[in-house]
Design a protein around this ligand. Structure first.
Ligand code: MLT
Length: 263
């Protein structure tokens, strides 16, 4: 891991391999290790950057609210700090996808391609946003254990939950290790993210939309509808996966991303 100062915060990142740069952006409330299997393979042919977003993993924490725009600014500054001048392929999962939309709005010229995994373009409903504020307060009060308990069943496909204890344990460990202040800040930021639906028809770079067949949080129909609105999007589903195909079906997910990267 490298550690760089980015927009006043310490950001830890994997930077491995060479060639076309691909930026892997993790979901909530996780860290870069959700991409370990992809880093391993893709770094053989590409330059893979997999940061811990501010507030997560080994990066520094900024309390308050961290908006999707702030995360996108951090990614742009990280790319600069790494001395990369070429356009990047941004691959974001779930919250990483919300950040990808913000990056598209602000830094479209810096994008070579987009991979949107298990995410959604719509904003939160008022009820969902209020729920996030409540969860933020609860995590600050009670820590990360209750969040791990409520989120795990939603993140993984039923068969992963029942039969693959190593994945469940790794995911639980990732959530428990997150800093409550970082979690609360990202929750508030997600609550105020704008609707990105109007952006979809404007996305001009090659795009892959990837969906776990059994995703309970970003259902496959919704992902397909999202893909249909992006002019040059390919759509793939990963069977035997819920919300986290990179962890649940690493080989299939990596192969889909690798196929797309032959842009
Ligand atoms: C994620 O995986 O990043 C979350 O499910 C996003 C969200 O809470 O909307």
């Amino acid at each position: 891991m490298k550690t760089l100062s980015v927009n006043g915060v310490r950001v830890a990142t994997v930077d491995r391999g060479g060639g076309l740069p691909i930026l892997l952006v993790h979901g909530f409330p996780l860290d870069h290790t959700m991409w370990d299997a992809q880093v391993e393979v893709l770094s053989g042919r590409f330059r893979v950057i997999a940061p811990d977003l501010r507030g997560f993993g080994q990066s520094g924490v900024a309390a308050g609210t961290v908006t999707m725009d702030q995360f996108a600014d951090d990614l742009a500054a990280l790319v600069d700090a790494l001395g990369m001048h070429e356009r990047v392929v941004l691959c974001g999962l779930s919250m990483g996808g919300y950040i990808a939309f913000a990056f598209c709005r602000k830094y479209a010229a810096r994008l070579r391609g987009l991979v949107l995994c298990d995410t959604r373009a719509t904003a939160d409903t008022p009820e969902a946003a209020a729920g996030r504020w409540e969860t933020a307060q609860r995590v600050l009060r009670e820590g990360t254990a209750p969040l791990a308990d409520t989120m795990l069943p939603k993140l993984l496909a039923p068969a992963t939950l029942a039969k693959r204890p190593a994945i469940v344990a790794a995911l639980r460990k990732m959530i428990l290790a997150s800093d409550p202040r970082g979690i609360a800040a990202a929750l508030r930021g997600m609550a105020e993210r704008p609707d990105s639906t109007p952006l979809l028809t404007e996305i001009a770079c090659p795009t892959l939309v990837l969906a776990g067949q059994e995703d309970a949080l970003s259902p496959v129909d919704e992902m397909q509808a999202l893909a249909r609105q992006i002019p040059s999007a390919q759509f793939v589903t990963i069977s035997g996966a819920g919300h986290l195909p990179p962890l649940e079906q690493p080989a299939e997910t990596t192969a889909a991303i690798e196929g797309f990267l032959r842009l």
